[in-house]
Design a protein around this ligand. Structure first.
Ligand code: AMP
Length: 205
């Protein structure tokens, strides 16, 4: 299966991506994680991306699309993938559609995790990640940057919901609740709700 996970920062994309990808037996590909690994590794790509990330802005499409296209060409992603954090602009979505179609492939579904904005701000300001045994706040989770990232999401990424709806690929998932409840809603939307692998038309969730 080829799936895109859409949703604002703080919606739980990273957590759900890992679980859903394991269930589907496909790699979870997170552009944010790839960028962060490149920043820590001080690669050229990391240096190009860092200032945008620190400001809470999107890394330019040409850099991001080249990176994702390369990653999707790796053997483990040829038969399926779950993308977390890509696409984030209509241009990225169009390029993804076109490069998959050149390979004779297409997306199966876009899952949009829906969480209201007050809850997002609350989650992001409390979020910590483990680095070298210590819990630290991501630089881009500082309150000023969080507000900016949410604006960037509203302006540049939220329109993807309409893009995928028009393509008949969108399932909106209520992403408030326990992690496993949200996963169950997502799996139902993918037609994989543990009933033996039904692949019927995904129900509204
Ligand atoms: P994330 O971990 O998905 O929140 O991504 C962290 C940061 O990486 C974002 O705020 C952007 O600066 C950058 N980034 C990740 N994915 C993309 C993308 N698809 N397009 C542009 N920038 C991205």
């Amino acid at each position: 299966m080829r799936v895109v996970l859409l949703g604002p920062p703080g919606a739980g994309k990273g957590t759900q991506a890992q679980i859903i990808a394991t269930e589907l037996a496909v790699p979870a590909i997170s552009t944010g994680d790839i960028f962060r690994a490149n920043v820590s590794g001080q690669t050229d790509l990391g240096q190009q991306a860092k200032s945008y990330m620190d400001a809470g802005d999107l890394v330019p499409d040409e850099i991001t699309v080249a990176m994702v296209t390369g990653r999707l060409a790796e053997p483990d992603a040829v038969d399926g993938f779950l993308l977390d954090g890509f696409p984030r602009t209509i241009a990225q979505a169009e390029q993804l559609r076109d490069s998959l179609s050149e390979l004779g492939h297409a997306l199966d579904r876009c899952l949009e995790l829906v969480v209201d904005e007050d809850e997002l701000v609350r989650r992001l300001s409390g979020r910590r990640m483990l680095v070298d045994g210590e819990w630290v706040q991501r630089d881009d989770d500082k309150p000023e940057t969080v507000r900016h990232r949410l604006e960037v999401y509203r302006e540049q990424t939220a329109p993807l919901s309409g893009f995928y709806e028009q393509a008949g690929l969108l399932s909106r998932i209520d992403a408030i609740g326990e992690v496993d409840e949200v996963t169950a809603r997502a799996m139902r939307a993918l037609g994989r709700d543990g009933d033996g692998g039904s692949t019927g038309v995904p129900a509204a969730v």
